[in-house]
Design a protein around this ligand. Structure first.
Ligand code: SF4
Ligand code: SF4
Length: 317
């Protein structure tokens, strides 16, 4: 994550989700930016990890027309009995196969948006924001990995009197947060695992710099909604939830709310489209009783305004 580009005009965005109700208060538009320095095993948006555009292949749409093979200047595609093979070392993500495919089975994820284009897009739902108390949320990936775009873009949103939220993993350099925070109304912060060794193993980065930022964010004067994804075998212990909740209660006076988000594996297909392995493909949903117990433990530790959400399974383990 660099400090360069204070005032970048363009960002690589992989999704603009309108009518979102899970990324802050009210009806919102969530803009998902590409690039994340973490590599969480359960990442729900695997297309958000790489900072560059990527090619997706939708197996269920493919009719074997072979137009993509003819269109590819790099000879990066091969149609096999097992499906389309993409040589991702050769692929330059030029998008010619996407244009050629008559079944829309290939798609480049990650397009360049200018500040102007994005502002026009997010303002389409301005009246919904006003009536519902919503606004815009920047997520990802890790939006702070494109901080040079995020700071001036959020400043423009504020100039339009839009409510702004930043959904961050807490990993960026503090000097970057200092540039972005003046334009943010609400912070959404993920705290996943409080054991340093386990954290590094599952997210690929050290825990301490994140906690250091979390303390500062919690004292920045901005409201913070802290979130913990409950991931089977990784974050789903009462001790872990207690440790996060205690940290939130004791070290983050700005924390307004604590959310526990139950795991689901709906992202499996997206991993396949990217040619990536999803390590938690076989993992089961968490039980409702477990989520209730996590919530109770978090309340006991003093975390504010605790909620849980997400799909759960009914049967006993
Ligand atoms: S994106 Fe371009 S280089 Fe990559 S497979 Fe398609 S046509 Fe070939
Ligand atoms: S921090 Fe979020 S976007 Fe980054 S790898 Fe983890 S789950 Fe994915």
């Amino acid at each position: 994550m660099t400090e360069s580009g204070s005032g970048n005009q363009k960002a690589i965005v992989f999704n603009v989700q309108r009518f979102s109700t899970e990324d802050g208060p009210g009806i919102r538009t969530t803009v998902f930016l590409k690039g994340c320095p973490l590599t969480c095993l359960w990442c729900h948006n695997p297309e958000g990890i790489s900072p560059r555009p990527q090619l997706l292949w939708f197996e269920t749409r493919c009719i074997g027309a072979r137009d993509c093979l003819k269109a590819c200047p790099e000879e990066a595609l091969e149609l096999t009995p097992q499906g389309l093979k993409i040589d991702r070392d050769r692929c330059t993500v030029c998008g010619l196969c996407e244009e050629a495919c008559p079944a829309a089975a290939l798609e480049v994820v990650g397009k360049e948006w200018s500040q102007e284009e994005l502002l026009v897009e997010v303002k389409k739902d301005e009246s919904f924001y006003r009536t519902s108390g919503g606004g815009i949320t920047l997520g990802g990936g890790e939006p702070m990995s494109q901080a040079g775009f995020v700071a001036p873009f959020l400043a423009r949103c504020k100039a339009e009197d839009l409510h702004t939220a930043l959904d961050t993993s807490g990993i960026a350099a503090w000097s970057l947060y200092e540039k972005v925070l003046p334009h943010v109304d609400l912070l959404l912060l993920d705290l996943k695992q409080m054991d340093p060794e386990a954290h590094e193993k599952m997210a690929g980065v050290k825990l301490e710099p994140i906690l250091e930022n979390a303390r500062k964010l919690g004292k920045s004067g901005l409201p913070v909604w802290v979130r913990t994804p409950i991931i089977p075998g990784h974050t789903d212990s009462i001790e872990n939830v207690r440790a996060v909740a205690r940290f939130v209660a004791q070290e983050m006076p700005g924390a307004e709310r604590y959310d526990l988000l139950a795991f689901n594996n709906l992202c499996s297909a997206q991993y396949e489209r990217l040619g990536m392995e999803f390590p938690l493909k076989e993992a089961e949903l968490v039980r409702k009783e477990e989520m209730e117990a996590f919530k109770e433990a978090a309340v006991e530790e003093g975390a504010p305004n605790v909620h849980w959400s997400g799909a759960t399974r009914l049967e006993e383990k």
